[in-house]
Design a protein around this ligand. Structure first.
Ligand code: COA
Length: 258
């Protein structure tokens, strides 16, 4: 792949978007490669979680590629949006935890990409924003749906309608970011954060994600039934027995994903 690489550190896959001369802006090739990278890790049992980041310290992703957007027609505009939505949806529904590690700019499609991840951590120099209305467009990769679910309607509308950028601390204050780390140690701190999550029981992590995201698309009654079914299903796992035995025996659990 030309713009996306996958590194591995124990159970963590680190997906790096590397198009630094354009601040990692997303063109159709970058988005396609991102989809391929996630698909290749989905059924790989040695991978327990993903950290998604941008190469260089200047940007996570500075948005969709404005050069490409400038050429779009009404028909190709729909295709551009659908391609990004499809890949971002596959990230949101990825069955293992996905953490966005945001250093520098996460603007437009870059901010939307971070929103499609399950959690977001940021360097103290990170900047978030949805500048689309200043370009005569709207966020088209799911941002108009996901942002309000994460930060609430009022704050989502403020960011969407003003197009203003906010810093990492502000992003954390409104719940857009889960943790902020010093710039010097940011990537190591992000790996440690993701590494702690992937120590947990893999099937429990998968079913927690399924219950949380499944609930967004169903009624409360359906979501509660679904949660009970998943809760019951976990009683069939060796990891549940291991987690509870380890607690009772005052030792650290060793989860296998079985
Ligand atoms: N699409 C295409 N190219 C982009 C880009 C984008 N979203 N964001 C940055 N680039 C390119 C710049 O055109 C420039 O390319 P060049 O060297 O060939 O001219 C290169 O990346 C470096 O960016 P530059 O603007 O010189 O860096 P800067 O530090 O002065 O400014 C930003 C950084 C992020 C403030 C500025 O690049 C910017 O506003 N980018 C667009 C952000 C945006 O609107 N994103 C939403 C798109 S829907």
């Amino acid at each position: 792949m030309e713009f996306v690489r996958v590194d591995r550190e124990e159970g963590l896959a680190i997906i790096v978007i590397d198009r630094q001369e354009k601040l990692n802006a997303l063109n159709p090739d970058v988005i396609g490669e991102l989809g391929t990278a996630f698909a290749s890790l989905r059924d790989d049992a040695s991978v327990r979680g993903v950290l998604l980041t941008g190469a260089g310290s200047k940007a996570f992703v500075a948005g969709a590629d404005i050069g490409v957007l400038a050429e779009m027609s009404p028909a190709t505009g729909v295709e551009v949006s659908r391609q990004g939505q499809g890949v971002f949806r596959s990230i949101e529904r990825f069955p293992k935890p996905v953490v966005a590690a945001v250093g520098g700019y996460a603007l437009g499609g870059g901010c939307e990409l971070a929103l499609a991840c399950h959690l977001r951590v940021a360097s103290e120099n990170a900047r978030f924003g949805l500048p689309e209305v200043g370009l005569g467009i709207i966020p088209g990769y799911g941002g108009t749906i996901r942002l309000s679910r994460i930060v609430g309607l009022g704050r989502a509308l403020e960011l969407t309608l003003t197009g203003e950028m906010i810093g990492a601390e502000h992003a954390r204050d409104i719940g857009l970011v889960n943790r902020v780390f010093p710039a010097a140690s940011f990537l190591d701190d992000a790996k440690t954060f993701a590494g702690t999550i992937i120590q947990k029981a893999p099937v429990a992590l998968r079913l927690a994600l399924e219950s949380v995201y499944g609930a967004l698309d169903s009624s409360t009654a359906e979501a509660l039934r679904h949660e009970s079914a998943l809760f019951g299903l976990l009683a069939s796992t060796e990891d549940m027995r291991e987690g509870m035995s380890a607690f009772l025996e005052k030792r650290k659990p060793e989860f296998t994903g079985a």
